[in-house]
Ligand binder design. Structure first.
Ligand SMILES: Nc1ncnc2c1ncn2[C@@H]1O[C@H](COP(=O)(O)OP(=O)(O)O)[C@@H](O)[C@H]1O
Ligand SMILES: [Mg+2]
Length: 582
């Protein structure tokens, strides 16, 4: 990352996040000045201490100066403590703001955006990158202020004690600065790589959790272990590299300091011999120079902290800046529902990562209160058509209407309120049964929830669970059977009471017994509703008012079962191969 870009990012970080804490930063700035003054104060006090107490043997100052020394040291300690606390708070708050922004962004993002990025990567942004920004704001900003002020004060003192010696010492400093600059660039690159590897690690770990059973049945534990080991080794390698670049400053700085002190003693010996320097000035100067070592070292590495923070902030801003295509536009009215008829007019859609259209020239009309079934081989585009209705994806051309209102010209809120979706992959939260169902309507009363469960043929099994409706069902409902999960998701859809129902192979993963129960639940769910169903089951298809036969993204035939079995070869072959046996 170029210096120019870093500046832009730092400026943005300042504008959007740091600026509002400016009073706190000023407080830290003030405290930094106190730290700087008291640091050089201790070095200065050695001058009168040696002169008055040791050489002139002054009795009063013999106890006054030690008291001042205690005061300056404690002033330094206390102000440093409060300065640190202040910036730590600011840093953590800013980190939290960024984390919240990322989380909000994930919740608002288009499905298309989320499709193209693994969830683990977002998690790594939330932890790793936000952490680097926190470090930049808390450690970086404070050190920058405290150490530059201290350096200025100490160098000032050095000039005060003897300008010739001071000039000599100053000559050594640009060397350190030059060296530090080259480290900054290298560390930024490694830091980026470490972040990517950490992201990969999170990705892999989430997949190990999700794929727990699959890994065991395919006996891939060893392979997965190797993969995890490799990534962890890479992350470790990068982290070691970062640390070693960071501490690479130490030997160089130590050596430089050695040169400085050696040269300094040599040079000051000459000055003392020629009577240009007194012993008390010498000791005060020496102390100031030694004390200047810490701020120099810290300032020499500060550009790395800044670099790390800026590259991390860049990755975060990239996420935050991702445009959102599907969002609620307040200029649009709510959808006015009447019959709940649905119309697709020449709809074309391709996924953002493919050129091939997933659905082509879709024209269809579904009357309100009827059931439309979609059949076709897998990959024909059935799920895609259904996910266009809630605007999970936006068609590139064509229009979709509900009750003659373009769904892209009504509020997203009202659109999604009118739709319920039950699909093959059921998402349940690790919470109680009740909470999972009430997800559809948090205001639902217990009676309403039980009623919904009755309709969904779920009440009976729920009552038998260890704690009934208050049973915690585990991550994604691991403690329930497939059919039970499906019925919970149907109960949830029933509770939503929306007039349009989308069913995506809702029963395809169930055995015959569960299927019958679930099928009854579905019949209750879709009663008097407009329903779009993707089905493999003959019964569903027979009950449909209209069947659309899809092939490679196009509707090639449509009509009733009796019509299609006569006229459509595709339907006939589908029927014989797929639909019939199940
Ligand atoms: N999220 C996605 N990103 C890219 N391509 C996708 C995505 N989902 C589905 N597809 C592709 O779109 C086509 C239609 O898929 P889909 O609608 O899921 O088919 P069906 O539900 O009929 O089995 C397929 O070629 C599939 O590979
Ligand atoms: Mg599908």
């Amino acid at each position: 990352m170029e210096l120019k870009e870093i500046k832009i990012i730092i400026k943005r970080l300042y504008r959007e996040h740091v600026k509002k804490y400016l009073n706190k930063i000023f407080l830290a700035l003030f405290l930094s000045i106190v730290v700087a003054i008291s640091t050089s104060g201790t070095a200065w006090l050695l001058d009168p201490a040696i002169k008055k107490i040791f050489i002139e043997k002054d009795q009063t100052l013999a106890w006054v100066i030690p008291i001042f020394i205690i005061i300056t040291f404690s002033a330094k300690g206390i102000s440093l403590y409060f300065a640190r606390i202040t910036v730590i708070k600011v840093g953590q708050r800013i980190g939290a703001e960024l984390q919240k922004k990322i989380a909000n962004k994930i919740l608002a993002a288009d499905i298309k955006t989320l499709d193209n990025r693994h969830s683990g990567k977002y998690i790594s942004n939330i932890f790793y990158d936000a952490g680097a920004v926190i470090n930049l704001v808390s450690t970086g900003v404070l050190n920058l202020m405290k150490d530059s002020f201290s350096l200025v004060a100490l160098v000032g003192l050095m000039f005060y004690q003897n300008w010739k010696l001071a000039l000599f010492a100053i000559l050594m400093m640009p060397l350190a600065a030059f060296f530090a600059k080259s480290l900054g660039k290298r560390i930024g690159k490694v830091q980026g790589e470490a972040s990517i590897k950490t992201g990969e690690l999170v990705v892999l770990l989430t997949e190990i959790f999700k794929g727990a059973k699959m890994i065991r049945i395919f006996q891939k534990e060893e392979e997965e272990t190797v993969k995890v080991d490799q990534i962890i080794s890479k992350v470790t390698e990068k982290n070691i590299k970062i640390s070693s670049i960071l501490i690479r400053a130490t030997p160089v700085m130590e050596t430089l300091t050695g040169f400085m002190i050696a040269g300094f003693i040599f040079f000051s010996g000459k000055l003392i011999n020629s009577g240009e320097l007194e012993l008390n000035n010498f000791f005060s100067f020496l102390t100031a120079m030694m004390l200047a070592y810490q701020p120099i070292r810290s300032l020499a590495t500060i550009n790395m902290t800044i670099f790390q923070g800026a590259t991390a902030a860049k990755r975060i801003f990239l996420i935050l800046d991702e445009p959102i295509e599907t969002k609620d536009d307040f200029k649009f009215h709510d959808l006015k529902l009447n019959q709940c008829s649905i119309k697709f007019n020449n709809v074309n859609f391709h996924y953002s990562n493919t050129k091939e259209k997933a659905v082509k020239n879709i024209n269809l009309e579904i009357k309100g209160g009827t059931v439309a079934a979609f059949v076709g081989h897998s990959g024909a585009g059935k799920s895609t058509i259904i996910s266009l209705l809630p605007r999970f994806y936006e068609p590139q051309s064509g229009k979709i209407y509900i009750d003659n209102q373009d769904i892209h010209k009504v509020s997203l809120r009202s659109l999604r309120k009118s739709l319920s979706m039950v699909s093959q992959d059921i998402i349940l939260f690790d919470d109680t049964v009740k909470a999972n169902i009430a997800y559809a309507n948090s205001k639902a009363s217990d009676e309403e929830i039980v009623e919904a469960c009755n309709f969904a043929a779920a009440n009976e099994f729920i009552k038998k669970l260890p704690e009934g409706y208050n049973t915690i069902i585990g991550e994604n409902g691991v403690k329930l059977s497939g059919g039970q999960k499906q019925r919970l998701s149907i109960a949830r859809a029933i509770l939503k009471k929306s007039p349009i129902i989308l069913l995506d192979e809702a029963t395809s993963s169930l055995d015959a017994d569960s299927e019958e129960v679930v099928q009854n639940a579905i019949s209750n769910l879709i009663k008097n509703k407009t329903t779009l169903v993707i089905a493999h089951r003959l019964s569903t298809i027979h009950n449909a008012d209209q069947i659309f036969v899809l092939k490679n993204g196009t509707i090639i035939d449509s009509g009733s079962h009796d019509y299609l079995i006569e006229k459509s070869n595709e339907y006939k072959s589908l029927y014989q191969k797929q639909l019939k046996q199940v």
